[in-house]
Design a protein around this ligand. Structure first.
Ligand code: ADP
Ligand code: MG
Length: 357
């Protein structure tokens, strides 16, 4: 079911700041959203507001065509048909796996409930473990049971708050992908909170970046990475640096043209439409590691300050004249030493600038 937040404001009693400060987003039916942002930015509060566990001071939350929260409306949590999964699984320790999953189906006829439990056990890959007790399962298996239990009553919306954070890294990556498949198989609309952006990229169709109760951007991973709406998003998502850049006009063939000059030289081959939108003046240019190309013939020399092996490539941190640092992915058969200088040039497909910080 579609979830819509319009200018949602919440504040905890006695707090001097809004925990959610005017959040607007739409999560379409069947889509998976993820919220990322530093600790305390309001991710959990947003889930709690959607679940009906926190009241809204201003703005509106709608599930499908129904307003569930506003300054004057508050549909009780149990009437919202919203499922929740938390990081600490919270399975009932004295109930078998199957009975844990059946817990939310107490109003369903016995035969239907049994069928649904079997279907979910299968879906989460635990078909043969229905009679086990929770303590006989690994953390990842327990989390899958928690997911199956939340999905059992076919909620209109599923909320997941850092569901993988108690698991080790290997398990997390695998489970993140599996959870996406499971949610898609159930055609479930879901909103996930995570502090791991790679997890968000792996699971979600849409990702929101929050800071201080505000949603900076709500977009797909590609857009967040290549078209960050704010400096904060640019900094928070992916690896990158800011480099001073001058956006200026020159006159040519009777027309004004914009150009962008950086300490790495003038940028070439900028998409004319992007160029059009760039504000003039002294700006900070976002440079991702994939914007810097190692090229022995390039006039700019950069000294290797650090390097990190990433399998098929190295991530080099490089310093150019003037002390500016850039990052570069370089195929790992180019194995240069720290302290060595290599030629680089900027090949910036996505020119994004911000006011000088
Ligand atoms: P996140 O999940 O992103 O880490 P939270 O939503 O838990 O952030 O918290 C957002 C802000 O609200 C923080 O400043 C936090 O201290 C505050 N907060 C969270 N829960 C409460 C509460 N029950 N009472 C008062 N303040 C709270
Ligand atoms: Mg939280």
């Amino acid at each position: 079911m579609e979830l819509k937040l319009a200018d949602v404001v919440t504040r905890y009693p006695g707090a001097s700041r809004n925990a959610l400060d005017g959040v607007t987003l739409t999560l379409q039916d069947g889509q998976i959203g993820a919220l990322i942002g530093p600790s305390g930015c309001g991710k959990t509060t947003l889930l709690r507001a959607v679940a009906g566990l926190e009241r809204v001071r201003q703005g509106e939350i709608a599930l499908g065509n129904t307003t569930v929260s506003s300054a004057s409306t508050h549909v009780q949590p149990e009437r919202r048909q919203v499922g929740m999964v938390f990081q600490d699984y919270a399975l009932f320790p004295h109930l078998s796996v199957a009975r844990n999953i059946a817990f939310g189906l107490h109003r369903t006829a016995k035969a239907d409930s049994t069928r649904r439990v079997a279907e979910l056990l299968e879906l989460v890959g635990l078909g043969h473990l229905g009679e086990r007790m929770p303590h006989e399962l690994s953390g990842g298996q327990q989390q899958r049971v928690a997911l199956a239990r939340a999905l059992a009553p076919q909620p209109q919306l599923l909320l997941l708050d850092e569901p993988f954070s108690n698991l080790d890294v290997d398990m997390r990556e695998r489970l993140a992908q599996e959870v996406r498949n499971i949610l898609k198989a159930e055609r479930c609309t879901a909103l996930l909170v995570t502090h791991d952006q790679l997890e968000a990229f792996a699971v979600a169709d849409h990702i929101g970046v929050m800071q201080h109760g505000q949603l900076h951007q709500w977009a797909d991973a590609y857009t967040l990475y290549h078209r960050p709406a704010t400096r904060f998003v640019a900094d928070f998502v992916g690896h990158g640096v800011f480099m001073p850049a001058t956006v200026a006009l020159h006159h040519e063939n009777g027309m004004d043209h914009k150009h962008v000059v950086t300490p790495l030289g003038e940028l070439h081959d900028i998409d004319p439409e992007l160029l059009q939108g760039l504000p003039l003046g002294e700006r900070d240019l976002l440079l991702r590691a994939d914007d810097i190309v190692h090229d022995d013939a390039a006039p700019t020399q950069a000294r290797i300050v650090r390097k990190a092996f990433r399998g098929s490539e190295f991530l080099y941190t490089l310093q150019i004249a003037g002390g500016h640092e850039v990052l570069a992915h370089v195929p790992s058969h180019h194995d240069h030493q720290v302290g060595e200088s290599i030629g680089i040039r900027a090949e910036v497909d996505h020119v994004v600038t911000f006011a000088r910080g």
